[in-house]
Design a protein around this ligand. Sequence first.
Ligand code: SAH
Length: 348
Amino acid sequence: MIEKIDLGNLDYEELNKLILSWNEKSFRGKQIYEWIHKKLVSNIDDFSNISKELREKLKEETHLTKLEKHTVLHSKKDKTNKYLFQLEDGNIIESVWMKYDYGNSVCISSQVGCRMGCKFCASTIGGLKRNLTAFEMLSEIYEIQKDTGERVSNVVIMGTGEPLDNFDEIVKFIKMLSDEHGLNISTRNITLSTCGIVPNIIRLADLKLPITFALSLHGTTQEKRKKVLPVANKYHLPEVIDACRYYSDTTGRRVSLEYSLIDGKNDTKEDADELIKIAKKIKAHINLIPVNPIEERDFKKPDKTKIEKFKNELEKNGINVTIRKERGSDINGACGQLRLGAMKERYT
Ligand code: SAH
């Protein structure tokens, strides 16, 4: 069987090229792209300004992937929804919608599972199943925008998966998401977070997409980082820091460092001092994330006073720092927990 063309995964240029190769008028490509990526219509039969003939040809030669809404949970504490989507191959992924004063933010998954093995993260339990395509990632946002009826203004690539382990599709996703013929979300409102795959940080920097870049640091020395992030065995702290500096020099964008605070592991005054040095070196913003304990792992959140003390220490030294507010904790808000729950239900 000849595989059908993955229609939603064609970017604007690729789609126009395909439509022209079928001897159709050039504006048809634009119309079809807008049905999929602006009007967010997932049924080819509903492309009402496209002739029946062309719709039939589209259905014959191509396939428009759909995500099925599997579960939606609404937090009673804050304006946060958690979504589980079922992919066409039966796999399940998780996305989160958060309403803020400045707009609506969606946290997307970039892979089904993850192979990075970070010690406190629920998303990596069960390993990597497969990469998501650019259109599957876009569809997480499209389906949420349709479900809430509200425009999504910000996207964070901080759900399940390591985006720089799915490089080509992530770059395509960012380009399509910010395309004026689609949702046209400003690249500045897109944040990518990585555990530190150095060669791909450099590749990303060289593309000069002005997105917000965040590094998961979590430990201030090579030894400490290795204990929580297995990827640190491959890419050592000094080269990761250099790659971050290269990123901000090349793109002119300030880098964020994410630092999960784990009780008794990385929350001492010495840790704060080291963190200050690193932040100063690359002029980074620090985002503290009190660790979300997961059942499978033995990590605890430091108490409130310890967290405040750590933050004050950084601020006293002129570091720009925020504490990530916990959202949706009543609906399994922490990374990968909902999906993990659904997988357990299915397989046990
Ligand atoms: N793979 C990417 C993006 C996904 S995780 C990365 O590593 O950056 C997004 C952020 O949440 C990362 O900083 C990650 O380390 C952090 N995180 C994952 N599980 C967590 C938990 N249980 N508690 C606190 N932070 C967590």
